[in-house]
Design a protein around this ligand. Structure first.
Ligand code: HEM
Length: 399
């Protein structure tokens, strides 16, 4: 087997857009990822994605940011601020857990702290399973934990969520419930399955578990990275402190810049589905692997300037490129949550009142407004259970 590694934006774009290359980063994490959207290829991927895209429409992002998000934020932020301090990693996981459960379609009848904590524990295990390739733990042990977590998830959360939705879908079928009164989530779309796709129960369970981990894990980690970058920026550039509290578009720029420097997955892997040649002429056999170093590509000076290695929300990006680089991928597997988390990139003048900023920018803004600042007594620490460069703990106090 030969591994071909690419570290630039043009090479990465060519690979991600090549439809003869299939996903391979999650082969190791098959215990949860097998058959899920991210691992599918060709027609199977196209049809599943088309079905699930019914949730991720432009109107949904707006509804989510203006209605679902403020409710979930108010529920958690008030008590957190009153307590005077929190760990951003823990806060990030809890808030994104509630949000992700809403769009995945998992009911939490009591919405209690204990219930969120239980779901969170399950989803952390799913995340470890999905990113098994980067785990520093014994892999078979993690697989066993994931199997047990899937069983618990099915009996404690999924079963009831399915039952309630099936009843609503039937009511809708009898003309007793309007279309707009059905839940707007992935589980409902999969249960209605208007495209008649093959979706056996175990696959449905893995798909929803995958959505829960895809949505919460990367959102929470990205929020903590963004807060760290913003704290550091305010320390080095006190002249921007006021602006960060007042200018929502500037906060979004900071978040996009932080996304660029900290892609949730620092690499993407692909494998050929048949013997083939890449655009640059490289021949690939069936056993070969193409590895994209997105972390380095996102620091290409040609696209992001000579200071591409550092955080600078005032930078100008080469035309035709996103400010967050390849953090949300591109091509057929482009992240379905990109606009939800990152909002829309302003192209020219936008109305700050109606602009969609994305969940991460909204979270950063809310935390800054609440006076969050790094806890001088407890410095942040890196996560130790994964080779991915995430924060394991980030204590803050509210001033
Ligand atoms: C900052 C947060 C996020 C980042 C950085 C991120 C990043 C990514 C990346 C890089 C991919 C493509 C992987 C590849 O091509 O190998 C991807 C795919 C995906 N993401 Fe995200 N993601 C984030 C948040 C979310 C959220 C909130 C959701 C929930 C809707 C989500 C759902 C998905 C799904 C379903 C896919 C698979 C798409 C497909 O295979 O067609 N992501 N994400």
């Amino acid at each position: 087997m030969t591994t071909h590694t690419y570290r630039t934006i043009p090479e990465s774009l060519a690979v991600l857009k090549n439809e003869q290359l299939a996903q391979s980063l999650y082969d190791e994490g098959g215990v949860i990822m097998e058959g899920t959207l991210l691992t599918l290829h060709g027609e199977a991927h196209r049809t599943r994605r088309r079905l699930e895209m019914r949730v991720f429409k432009r109107s949904f992002f707006r509804y989510y940011e203006t209605e679902v998000f403020p409710r979930a934020l108010a529920e958690l932020l008030g008590p957190t601020v009153s307590s005077g301090a929190c760990d951003l990693v823990d806060f990030g996981y809890r808030i994104t857990m509630n949000l992700t459960a809403d769009f995945a379609g998992i009911d939490r009848p009591t919405r209690s702290t204990g219930e969120t904590a239980e779901l969170l524990e399950l989803v952390k295990t799913f995340s470890e399973g999905a990113t098994l390739v980067h785990s520093t733990r014994d892999k078979d042990e993690v697989r066993e934990e994931v199997r047990a977590a899937l069983r618990r998830f099915e009996s404690s959360f999924l079963r009831h969520s399915i039952k309630r939705r099936v009843a609503l879908i039937e009511q809708h079928g009898r003309g007793e419930l309007a279309e707009e009164d059905l839940p707007r989530d992935v589980l409902t779309v999969l249960l209605r399955n208007e495209d008649r796709l093959e979706l056996p129960p175990e696959l449905l369970c893995r798909e929803i578990a995958f959505f829960l981990q895809a949505g919460s894990h990367s959102t929470a980690n990205s929020m903590v990275h963004a807060m760290h970058n913003v704290f550091e920026w305010m320390r080095q550039h006190p002249e921007d402190r006021e602006r960060l509290l007042k200018d929502r578009l500037f906060v979004q720029r900071c978040v996009h810049e932080s996304f660029r420097l900290h892609p949730a997955s620092p690499v993407a892997w692909r494998k050929p589905v048949c013997p083939m040649h890449l655009e640059n002429g490289t021949a690939l056999g069936l056993d070969d692997r193409v590895e994209l170093d997105l972390y380095s590509a996102n620091r290409s000076p040609d696209v992001f300037g000579a200071d591409a290695e550092v955080f600078n929300p005032h930078r100008t990006v080469a035309p035709g490129h996103e400010p967050f680089g390849l953090t949300f991928g591109t091509g057929v597997h482009t992240c379905l949550g990109r606009d939800l988390d990152g909002g829309f990139v302003p192209r020219g003048a936008v109305d700050p009142e109606t602009h969609q900023y994305g969940i991460v920018a909204q979270l950063v803004r809310a935390l800054l407004e609440a006076g969050a600042t790094p806890d001088p007594a407890r410095p942040p620490e890196r996560a130790s259970h994964t080779a991915r460069p995430n924060w394991g703990s980030y204590p803050v106090v509210f001033r």
